[in-house]
Design a binder for this molecule. Structure first.
Ligand SMILES: NC(=O)c1ccc[n+]([C@@H]2O[C@H](COP(=O)([O-])OP(=O)(O)OC[C@H]3O[C@@H](n4cnc5c(N)ncnc54)[C@H](O)[C@@H]3O)[C@@H](O)[C@H]2O)c1
Length: 244
């Protein structure tokens, strides 16, 4: 068994995931990175399936003999009115952003209980875990759901030393947002900088995107000693969005 803490990070090839992996490696974690399309030695797994979630947990335990922290970060977006929302996309978004965090917690629970410094579970929720926007029914529902899951894990895990927290970012400069920029520019017939200013950044009090490294910084803090005090909480990092 390695004497370093082992963290499993999902969605590791994306904007936030990549920054989290780099930051946790710098913090001295053994990191097991997993993604549908992994990079640099990451584990390939489809987290919309039970097998994919099991494989991610097994990979961490096989490689390092322990699993101390999970960062359930993989996500996707679909924008459509409820009456036109494709049912298969609803299932996929809920599977990836609500059921996967549950399965990861379920399969890793024993390992988290045994983690010498206490197991940690972080879910990358969203400001959309606290407030809604139109046309994002599956995303908003999954993110509200994962905040509820984290609260439950915090209560169930407290005696065993497990700490669970949800991170609720506003808009972050990542491929997920860049794809929305392009799609909305086309839909509104506007240049991308106008979409950024008038559509994407409309809910932010401070009119800029977050950088993935700012979110990674929060992850590192929450996995540190003081992070224990934040169990059960959804933590906004949203440039004033949910202050309204
Ligand atoms: N970017 C933002 O503005 C923002 C804001 C709030 C919350 N979030 C959340 O942060 C997390 C990361 O988002 P991001 O912006 O880095 O997105 P991203 O699109 O850059 O990365 C998401 C990653 O998830 C992976 N993924 C998708 N489906 C998968 C599957 N079935 N199995 C395994 N991996 C899969 C993708 O391959 C990708 O690498 C998501 O949960 C997202 O909802 C993002």
């Amino acid at each position: 068994m390695s004497d370093r803490r082992c963290a499993l990070v999902t969605g590791s090839a994306g904007g936030i995931g990549r920054a989290v992996v780099a930051r946790l490696v710098a913090e001295g974690f053994d990191v097991v990175a997993c993604d549908l399309r992994p990079q640099d030695g990451g584990v390939a797994c489809d987290l919309t399936t039970r097998e994919g979630n099991r494989a991610a947990v097994d990979a961490a335990l096989e490689r390092h003999g322990r699993l101390d922290a999970i960062v359930a970060n993989a996500g996707m977006q679909h924008v459509a009115p409820v009456a036109e929302f494709p049912e298969d996309r609803w299932d996929e978004l809920i599977a990836l952003m609500l059921t996967s965090p549950f399965l990861l917690a379920r399969y890793a629970w024993d390992a988290l209980v045994q983690a010498p410094e206490g197991g940690r579970f972080l879910a990358m929720a969203s400001a959309h875990g606290l407030v809604a926007s139109p046309f994002k029914s599956a995303y908003v529902s999954a993110k509200h759901g994962v905040v509820g899951l984290v609260r439950t894990l915090a209560l169930e895990g407290a005696e065993a030393g497990i700490v669970a927290t949800a991170i609720c970012p506003g808009f972050v400069r990542t491929p997920l947002v860049e794809r929305q920029l392009a799609a909305q520019a086309q839909a509104h017939g506007l240049p991308e900088d106008a979409v950024l200013r008038d559509v994407i950044l409309a809910p932010h009090a401070i009119k800029r995107l977050l950088e993935p490294e700012e979110v990674a910084d929060l992850v590192a803090f929450l996995l540190g000693p003081t992070g224990r005090a934040f169990s059960g909480a959804p933590i906004p990092i949203d440039l004033g969005w949910t202050a309204r």
